[in-house]
Design a protein around this ligand. Sequence first.
Ligand code: NAD
Ligand code: DAU
Length: 353
Amino acid sequence: MKQIQNKKILITGGAGFIGSHVVRLFVNKYSDYHIFNLDALTYAGNLENLKDVETAENYTFLKADICDRKQVADFFEKYNFDTVIHMAAESHVDRSITNPFAFVETNVMGTLNLLHAANNSWKNSDKNHLFFHISTDEVYGTLGDTGLFTEQTAYDPNSPYSASKASSDHFVRAFGETFGLPYIISNCSNNYGPNQFPEKLIPLFINNIINNKVLPVYGDGNYTRDWLYVIDHAIAIHLILEKGKIGETYNIGGFNEWKNIDLVKTLCKQMDEKLNRPAGESEKLITYVKDRPGHDLRYAIDASKINKELGWKPSVTFEKGLSKTIDWYLNNEVWLKNVTTGAYQKYYSGQYS
Ligand code: NAD
Ligand code: DAU
């Protein structure tokens, strides 16, 4: 066991997409903090994402399922975490349509286990504690053609995924109100960047373009998302941890709305250039397919609170972020191959055939 240092931060879901960027940032930034990464290593968790920090003195990986209440409680007892950044979740909307139960188990019950363990561990302590819950803008439901989600927007989730995240947010608040648990919630828009599992729009389409496979655009492609480069999300999480107010919610967004079809065409253009293919080649792969049930029309975040109160704003433009993302996938062929065999192929044919 490595030496445990000053502050002990438990990050759940740290082997996933966003989690791995947050773990890396924290391990490198806080040499005097010990960072524990608790992750069940589901299909979405991948320790390859953390190769560069796995031997750091201030890092420990704990393989565990947040649904295992006893194991979670034992870890709190053993390590005495003083801060939790909770990111472990089932995160893909399409999978929540096929199997909503897994979403309730991990996102609701798993969160409840963590809240329960944190509350038991912290209730008689006068130290500073924080339960920082990482959530999504999808809890707000859908926007029409205008307007933005603010921290005051009423919850109105439409998919089993967003309903499970909304429920977990409510449990976090309830533990704050009922037991005085110190918490913060952040609700972020769509992330993109390196290490994202290729079930989500951008990495799935990058992988398909590389392999000359069709690009399955749901419905008419006129759905809008607000895209944020993942490292800017990690920076926002760091800033909130340092300066955020207990009991507050912070919306995080990219100020960067794209209709899916426009985004896909931009991606195709960049891919053609990087792969030295004739202009227009990748666009020929676009295929309109059956729509996602309950598909939210538009998400867009008003991030003025975190901007004004904490001074955060995205640092990476979409064009640059997309280019860096494509380069990462092109340079990490082995990573991509390893996550797209076996179970992925089964998922893919079930979802798209
Ligand atoms: P991801 O699917 O890439 O990673 C999830 C991680 O959680 C994986 O490492 C997985 O192994 C782990 N995990 C899943 N179930 C677990 C369990 N029962 N016990 C322990 N670990 C478990 O997800 P992501 O896209 O990195 O999202 C991380 C968090 O951020 C989620 O809470 C998600 O709701 C939220 N979020 C995501 C986005 C986005 O665009 N991806 C945007 C806003 C908020
Ligand atoms: O808004 C934040 C959320 O963003 C996160 O909470 C979720 O964890 C994350 O998965 C993401 O949800 P979306 O459903 O918006 O992301 P996804 O990449 O699955 O889809 C983006 C858009 O692209 C959406 O309108 C559906 C569409 N799409 C997606 C896929 C996978 C397609 O048209 N074809 C596809 O094959």
